[in-house]
Design a protein around this ligand. Structure first.
Ligand code: SF4
Length: 650
C-alpha cells in the first residue's frame, strides 16, 4: 500500500524505529465508525454484537394435555371450521374457533405486528390477539391460564410469499400485546405437522387426516350448493335456515365417526403389505373411506331436506360471478375481502365460490411437476465415492466420473450403472404414481359427496388443464400464493361458459397476486369476451371496491340479460307460459333447489339454461307454443318477463 501524504492522522514509530505512515483508509474507517456510533446513539439504538434471529422453541403440547388444552383455529369459512372442529372433537380434542376476522382485528394486527405485511397477515394475526384479549379482559381468564390451557394452530409454509412469516408474525404480535409464551403450532403447507414441536399432543395420524379431509370436502360442497341456491330462493332466509340444519347433521356425523372401530378384513391385510400405510388397521380405515358411504349417506339425507324444504325460482336471470384470487382473500367471509359474497348477492349475482379441495389438488399437482422436472437430479442413497478425481493435464482442473458430483455424499448413477439407474427410474415412477393416485382418491371422495348431495356442485377443475391454460401467461413452476391458478381460473371459467364475470380478490402487499395481476393484462387482451376485475383487498376502502365491482357487474348483467333474451326467444314460448308451466302442482320438481340444469355451449346463466330445458319438456308434452318470435322477445306484454329482463340489466 502506498501512504498518502495528505493524511492528517498521526504517524507512530514502529519497534524497529522506523515510522509507519498512516493510511488514508484507516482514517476514513475511523471517521465512519465514530459517525455511525453517534447516529445510533442519537436514534436510541444500542450498539453491540449482531444478534441473529433464531426460531423460538415452542413449549410442547403433550398427550396428557389433550383434554385440557383448547386448540384454537380459524382462517376458513364458518362451515369449514365448524365441520373441522366437530371432527377433531370426535377424535378427543378440545377445539375452539377464532371468530372471522373483522376490521378491528386488522387494526390490532397493524398495531402489534410488523410493518409491510400482506393484508391476510394483519387480519389473522389481529384476530388471534383480539380473541385472547377478550378472554383476558371480558371473560376474566388469568393470563397464566390462557398461556397454559390454550394454543393456536395455523398453517405454515416456505417460499416466496409471506405465508412463511406468519408464525413469526403471530409470535411478535403476541409478545407485543402481552401474551408472550402463548403457544403457536404449525401445520406446514409442505411437510405436515411439526411433530417434534407438538410431541404427541396432536397426533398426525390417519384418523386426523381422514377427519380433516372429510370435514373440508363437506364444507366445500355445502358452501357451493348454498351459494347456488340462495339467489333463487322463494322465501328469503330459507336457504340459510335449511343449511344450518344440514350443517348440524354433518357435524354430528363427523363427531360420531369412530375410525378405530373399522373392521380389518383380509383385503386390508393384503393392502398393508404394499400400500404406504402403517399397518392393517390403517389399511382398513383407508378402504372404509374409499368403499364406504358413511358421509355420502349423511349428504343424501341433507339433499332430501334441501329439496323438500326450499323452493326456488330458476327463472331469475342472474349473472354468475366466479370469485378467485389469493387463497385467504377468496375464502374469508368477513371484512378481509370487503364482505364481497353478500355484497355480490345483494347486487343480484350468483356467486361461484372456490373449494379448498382445488388447492389441495394444486399442491399435489405441483409436487408432481417438481418431481418430473427434477428427474435425474435427485440424490440417490449415500454411497462411498471410491473414484478418485481425475486431473486434467491441460489446465490442472479436477473432474470425477460421469454423473458423479464428487462430494462422496450423494450422487447420481453413472451412465453405465444400469442397476442404479433402473432403481432411480423405479423410485421416480413410484413417486409419480403416488401423486397420481392421491389426486384420483381426492377427486373420487369429493365426487362421491358431490353426487350424494344432488350433483349440482361443480367437479374439481382438472389441474393439468389449468396448468396448460395458465402456463403461457404465468410460469407454472413459479410458486407462492396461488401461482398460475389465478390466471388459469380466469381463462377456465370464462372459456367454459361457467361464469359471466371473474372477480379476483388480491390482498394488498401480496407479491404472487401482484405478479399474476400483471399477467392478467395479457389474458384479457387475448380473450376479449372475458369480464375480469381485480380488486385489491385491505382494511379500508370498501366503498371504492364495491363501486368498482358494481361497474363490472353492470357489464355482466347486460351479458346475462342478452343471453336470457336469446334463450326465451329460442324456446318458442313466452316467459309467462314457461312460468305458468313451472308453477303447476305436478311440476314441483322444476322448483326444487337440486334440479339439474343442462349446461349448453354458449349459455352461462341458470335462468337461460332452465328455460331451454323446460321448453324441451313442454314440447314433449305437447304444450302449445306462444306467439313471440325472436324479435318480440322481451316485449310480449308479460309483466314478469319485462321485470325479469329489466332486473337483469339494472
Ligand atoms: S399469497 Fe399473498 S396474501 Fe397470501 S400469504 Fe402470501 S403474500 Fe400474503
Amino acid at each position: 500500500m502506498v501512504a498518502n501524504a495528505t493524511t492528517t492522522a498521526k504517524s507512530t514509530p514502529s519497534e524497529s524505529g522506523t515510522v509507519a505512515l498512516p493510511l488514508l483508509r484507516d482514517s476514513i474507517d475511523a471517521t465512519i465508525a465514530a459517525e455511525r456510533e453517534r447516529l445510533m446513539k442519537e436514534a436510541g439504538l444500542t450498539v453491540g454484537p449482531v444478534q441473529h434471529f433464531k426460531r423460538p422453541v415452542e413449549r410442547n403440547f403433550t398427550r396428557s394435555e389433550r383434554g385440557k388444552v383448547t386448540i384454537w383455529l380459524g382462517g376458513l369459512t364458518l362451515r369449514h371450521e365448524m365441520l373441522i372442529v366437530a371432527g377433531l372433537e370426535g377424535l378427543g380434542y378440545k377445539v375452539g374457533l377464532i371468530p372471522t376476522p373483522v376490521k378491528a382485528d386488522f387494526q390490532a394486527g397493524k398495531e402489534f405486528g410488523n410493518n409491510g405485511q400482506c393484508n391476510p397477515t394483519y387480519f389473522t394475526v389481529g384476530a388471534l390477539v383480539n380473541h385472547l384479549k377478550r378472554m383476558r379482559d371480558e371473560q376474566g381468564i388469568p393470563l397464566e391460564q390462557i398461556l397454559n390451557d390454550h394454543l393456536f394452530i395455523t398453517a405454515g409454509a416456505c417460499g416466496p410469499c409471506r405465508f412463511g412469516m406468519y408464525e413469526a408474525e403471530y409470535r411478535l404480535a403476541l409478545r407485543n400485546s402481552g401474551f408472550d409464551g402463548f403457544r403457536v403450532m404449525l401445520f406446514q403447507q409442505s411437510g405436515g405437522l411439526d411433530q417434534a414441536a407438538v410431541e404427541a399432543g396432536l397426533e398426525f395420524n390417519l384418523n386426523f387426516f381422514l377427519s380433516l379431509l372429510n370435514g373440508m370436502f363437506m364444507g366445500d360442497i355445502l358452501n357451493e350448493v348454498a351459494y347456488q341456491i340462495r339467489p333463487y330462493e322463494v322465501v328469503p332466509g330459507q336457504t340459510n335456515a335449511v343449511f344450518d340444519k344440514c350443517l348440524k347433521i354433518c357435524q354430528e356425523a363427523l363427531k360420531k365417526k369412530n375410525y378405530d372401530e373399522v373392521h380389518q378384513g383380509a383385503l386390508a391385510k393384503i393392502l398393508a403389505k404394499f400400500a404406504p400405510v402403517k399397518g392393517p388397521a390403517d389399511a382398513a380405515k383407508f378402504l372404509d373411506q374409499l368403499r364406504g358411504t358413511y358421509y355420502a349417506d349423511v349428504f343424501a339425507e341433507c339433499a332430501k331436506i334441501i329439496n323438500e324444504e326450499i323452493e326456488v325460482d330458476w327463472l331469475r336471470a342472474k349473472p354468475i360471478v366466479k370469485v378467485t384470487g389469493e387463497f385467504w382473500a377468496q375464502t374469508t367471509e368477513g371484512d378481509g375481502n370487503f364482505r364481497m359474497f353478500p355484497f355480490l348477492e345483494g347486487e343480484g349475482a350468483e356467486v361461484l365460490v372456490e373449494p379448498v379441495a382445488t388447492w389441495i389438488c394444486y399442491m399435489l399437482h405441483q409436487a408432481g411437476l417438481k418431481a418430473g422436472d427434477r428427474k435425474g437430479l435427485e440424490k440417490t442413497p449415500k454411497r462411498q465415492n471410491t473414484e478418485m478425481p481425475k486431473q486434467d493435464e491441460s489446465d490442472g482442473s479436477q473432474s470425477v466420473g460421469v454423473g458423479d458430483r464428487g462430494d462422496g455424499d450423494a450422487d447420481r448413477p453413472s451412465r453405465w450403472n444400469l442397476k442404479a439407474r433402473l432403481a432411480a427410474e423405479l423410485a421416480f415412477r413410484k413417486k409419480m404414481f403416488t401423486f397420481d393416485i392421491a389426486e384420483k382418491i381426492i377427486k373420487h371422495e369429493y365426487n362421491k359427496l358431490r353426487e350424494a348431495i344432488g350433483g349440482t356442485a361443480h367437479e374439481l377443475a382438472n389441474q393439468l388443464e389449468l396448468t396448460r391454460a395458465g402456463h403461457p401467461y404465468y410460469n407454472s413452476r413459479s410458486g407462492g400464493g396461488e401461482g398460475h391458478l389465478e390466471v388459469a381460473k380466469n381463462i377456465y371459467y370464462s372459456s367454459k361458459d361457467l361464469a359471466h364475470m371473474v372477480l379476483s380478490l388480491k390482498p394488498f402487499g401480496c407479491m404472487p397476486s401482484t405478479q399474476s395481476d400483471g399477467a392478467q393484462a395479457a389474458v384479457v387482451s387475448h380473450f376479449k369476451d372475458i369480464i375480469y376485475i381485480p380488486i385489491e383487498t385491505s382494511g379500508e376502502g370498501d366503498i371504492n371496491a364495491h363501486s368498482r365491482v358494481q361497474m363490472a357487474l353492470g357489464e355482466a348483467k347486460v351479458k346475462c340479460k342478452e343471453e336470457f333474451k336469446r334463450a326465451i326467444a329460442a324456446t318458442g314460448y313466452t316467459l309467462e307460459q314457461i312460468l305458468e308451466y313451472v308453477a303447476r302442482e305436478e311440476n314441483r320438481d322444476l322448483r326444487r333447489p337440486l334440479l339439474h340444469v343442462t349446461h349448453r355451449k354458449g349459455v352461462v346463466g341458470k335462468a337461460a339454461s332452465f328455460a331451454l330445458d323446460v321448453a324441451e319438456r313442454m314440447k314433449k308434452e305437447g304444450v302449445a307454443g306462444g306467439t313471440n318470435g325472436p324479435s318480440e322477445c322481451g316485449n310480449n306484454g308479460s309483466a314478469r318477463q319485462d321485470a325479469e329482463l329489466e332486473c337483469a340489466s339494472a
